[in-house]
Design a protein around this ligand. Sequence first.
Ligand SMILES: *[C@@H]1O[C@H](CO)[C@@H](O)[C@H](O)[C@H]1NC(C)=O
Ligand SMILES: *[C@@H]1O[C@H](CO)[C@@H](O)[C@H](O)[C@H]1NC(C)=O
Ligand SMILES: *[C@@H]1O[C@H](CO)[C@@H](O)[C@H](O)[C@H]1NC(C)=O
Length: 405
Amino acid sequence: MAILWVVFLASGVLAWGGNQSRPFLVDEEDALMTVPQLIRKYGYEVEEHQVRTEDGYLLGMFRIPTRSTPRKQPVFMMHSLFSSCADWVLIGPKHGLAYLLAERGYDIWIGNARGTRYSRKHERISVNDPQFWDFTFHEIGFYDVPALVDYVLERTRARKVHYIGFSQGAMTVFIAFSQRPEVNEKIVQVQALSPAVYMNRSQSSVIRLLVSAAHKIAEALTAIGKYEILPHWEKQYYFFQRLCPAPAQLLCRLLIYNVVGANPEQLDVKMLRIFLGHFPAGASRKQILHYAQIIRDGIFRQYDYGDPVANRQAYGSSVVPLYNLSRAVAPVRTYFGYNDNVINYLNVLQLNRELPNLVGSYPVSDKRFSHIDFILANNVREVLYAEVVKNVGIAEREFVLSLET
Ligand SMILES: *[C@@H]1O[C@H](CO)[C@@H](O)[C@H](O)[C@H]1NC(C)=O
Ligand SMILES: *[C@@H]1O[C@H](CO)[C@@H](O)[C@H](O)[C@H]1NC(C)=O
Ligand SMILES: *[C@@H]1O[C@H](CO)[C@@H](O)[C@H](O)[C@H]1NC(C)=O
């Protein structure tokens, strides 16, 4: 273990370079703004919606309304773990995926999972009640994704939506498909960016360490009555700056490189600071434990209560049910990075083999592309979003043709 750490530190030092080229049209103050404020600031119209799930959570969803003629199917986007819909707009206009698609006439809807910064409300349960936090990504896939998609369809009167998800946001749509196969019929196509379905080949020693300590950490959190993990916090931008002042910055970077994969040339330091004003945005203790299980076991299945009686109570069987990927019959395209330490590319290839309607799978051409690069890399538009936007267009044309025949 110690040797691993030395190797990782050394490789991080060698990789140290940094890139301050700042291709993005963003300001430092963006770290302190909300997503609707950001969208407005950069000259786009924005609407704020609240969506109720079957189990009473009230989710925030934002829209960049775009009305093209002829009308296109709307685009729905879902963010990653610990993040929020900021994933799609932080790098600003001309780069952010939400803006690129809005410019092409798509009506953009960006959702927020329960428990995150913009979705901390419930009809009956207070956010301070442990019961509010009794969910994992299962409920995000089972309740939130279908509710958000239905809401978009209702408001736009469209037939289907284009679905774009990053990491957890790509995984939760497969939970929806598996548990509620009728959701397939509401999706033109899924574009899954670094989908967090199989994760047992994660190359990060920090993630591995956390997974092995997960149950101890969870017990400690229960003991102090903490069910919410890393909530968004108004002062976090200042906190991270103080935590990572100039002399210690190298260590902070090495930690980030270890967790997500090192690609210093594409990581703009200013962009990272802005990101840390928005990330983390909250998750539940149970959600993190569920991640630890799928990383450890390499099996995409429901939450394991760890004892047959509790599992029987929850699932009617002592065996924890698998998510059935053969029910994901909507067309899917996957995207992966060779230097993604969270979702190893072999785990994406494994998912590909199980998807009955995979229409394309794209390695990012930049061989050093990391997990965080999917939303922050200097070159993300050129090496990734251009392809995603093109494929939304292809799926849209095919959909229109299918209506005519
Ligand atoms: C920084 O990133 C830009 C844009 O991707 C690239 O052209 C440039 O070569 C990089 N600079 C360094 C020093 O790596
Ligand atoms: C990951 O899980 C798969 C089964 O899903 C298994 O075949 C493979 O050996 C595991 N790999 C590692 C590195 O644990
Ligand atoms: C998975 O779903 C498919 C299609 O609905 C079904 O034929 C198959 O039996 C299911 N597999 C399991 C293990 O439930």
